[in-house]
Design a binder for this molecule. Structure first.
Ligand code: PLP
Length: 432
């Protein structure tokens, strides 16, 4: 094993031994080369005042070389904030700004120990870092039966983990914390589990309430107390789009410091929150009890980044940083939130109006971009008919669920959308 990896492992094993046990084979082997090109070039940036002939960029007139055809459309930005490589961990100012934002929006994080967020190439990349560092062949990934399909590729196909599903809702339509607890405790023999918590949930748009949140935390604590090491991942992709009386915080804050056998990992980012899907700016943040352990986890994360994408895109980090620091940011976000909330409320109002009888039953939702219909006919048949007869695109999931992204339908058009969905359901039921 490389001596640097060895050193990181010893630190983690000494500071938080359970976290060391959670690392995958790759997680144990990976390290960030301290004396490689990047560190030599960082050193040169500080000291080589006459000639810096280190890293593979080109310079001209004291700034990164660039083409006018590109710069002319980006003239609000300094070439140094666009063209140079961003550090593998991301722009330091952006990391600090994101951490500040996390603290502001999650009061439960006050006084908790957690790392500086590392910038990822958006949330999918953050999730794949978790998979690389913590998932080995046969490890259980515990998630609700209504989940984002990409987890299967990231954890299952890529890393050989086994997806263990439990029903998202209980009989009352609340979050099924008992199901989560049972699925966790079933991993006792293996002694390890990765839990994916995604609220607001894709595809249902559900976020648990305070009591349900407490039950989720209790289920994870029970598993830890039973001797199971739990990598507890919060996928907060749709964070802050809470429209009703659910939790308005990430469970990450509650998971920090919960138990030595629980490693909280927060995956979040600008993608959905700041409406910049194509920018590819996300973050991975670890909770822990030891700064040395958090620093070692950060080094391992940088190792994975260096080995895969080397570093994330610089322009979009600059754009997001500028937005976070703008005095207009909060106000502009609040206005978009109001639009999204208006759409969610309108959907609920329509579905509760009686207009569609019992034809459009829906799963509880209160947040995010989506809601999900629970049909009594084949969802794929409805989807096909909607596409071919009604010019409407939806997503069919499982046998009878139909996901509707109200996030991309203007409020006045929602009624027509659901009228069409209703007609398609009736058509399928009538055997058309
Ligand atoms: C629950 C969830 N997590 C993560 C992602 C991926 O986000 P990103 O586009 O930032 O990789 C999505 C995107 O649809 C999602 O729905």
């Amino acid at each position: 094993m490389n001596p640097l990896a060895q050193q990181l492992n010893e630190t983690i094993a000494h500071e938080q031994p359970r976290v060391f046990e959670m690392l995958s084979k790759l997680g144990r082997a990976i390290y960030f080369p301290k004396i490689g090109i990047l560190s030599q070039s960082a050193e040169a940036k500080q000291k080589a005042k006459t000639y810096n002939a280190t890293i593979g960029i080109a310079t001209e007139n004291g700034q990164p070389m660039h083409l006018e055809v590109i710069q002319e459309t980006l003239s609000a930005y300094e070439p140094k904030d666009i063209y140079e490589y961003a550090p593998p961990a991301g722009k330091p100012e952006l990391r600090t700004a994101w951490r500040d934002k996390m603290l502001q929006e999650n009061p439960s994080l006050a006084g908790k120990r957690f790392s500086q967020p590392v910038v990822t190439n958006a949330l999918t990349h953050g999730l794949s870092i978790v998979a690389d560092l913590f998932a080995d062949e046969g490890d259980a990934v515990i998630l609700p039966d209504k989940n984002w399909e990409n987890y299967e590729l990231t954890f299952g196909i890529r890393r050989g983990a086994v997806m263990v599903e439990y029903p998202l809702y209980d009989a009352d339509g609340s979050f099924n914390a008992a199901g989560l607890r049972d699925a966790l405790l079933a991993q006792k023999e293996r002694g390890k589990a990765i839990v994916l918590l995604n609220f607001p949930n894709n595809p249902t748009g559900y976020t648990p309430g305070k009591k349900e949140g407490e039950a989720i935390v209790a289920a994870i604590r029970d598993a830890a107390e039973a001797g199971i090491n739990v990598v507890a991942v919060t996928d907060d992709a749709y964070f802050a789009l809470f429209f009703e009386d659910s939790l308005h915080e990430s469970l990450f804050g509650r998971l920090c410091g919960l138990h030595e056998r629980v490693l909280p990992v927060k995956i979040d980012g600008a993608t959905k929150e700041e409406y910049v899907w194509g920018f590819r700016v996300g973050f991975i943040t670890y909770g822990g009890t030891s700064d040395a352990c958090l620093a070692a986890l950060e080094q391992k994360t940088l190792g994975i980044i260096r080995a895969t994408i080397s570093s994330g895109p610089h322009p979009s980090q600059t754009f997001v940083l500028r937005a976070l620091k703008s005095p207009d940011f909060a106000d502009q976000k609040a206005r978009k939130y109001a639009i999204m909330k208006g759409r969610a409320n309108r959907v609920k109002q329509l579905l509760d109006s009686g207009k569609y009888g019992d034809d459009l039953i829906y799963y509880p939702f209160n947040s995010g971009y989506f809601m999900c219909l629970k049909l009594d006919v084949d969802a794929e048949a409805v989807r096909q008919l909607l596409l071919n007869e009604y010019e409407v695109g939806t997503i069919a999931l499982g046998g009878t669920d139909l996901r509707v992204a109200f996030s991309c339908i203007e409020e006045p058009e929602l009624e027509d959308l659901f009228d069409r969905i209703h007609r398609a359901v009736l058509d399928v039921r009538a055997g058309k």
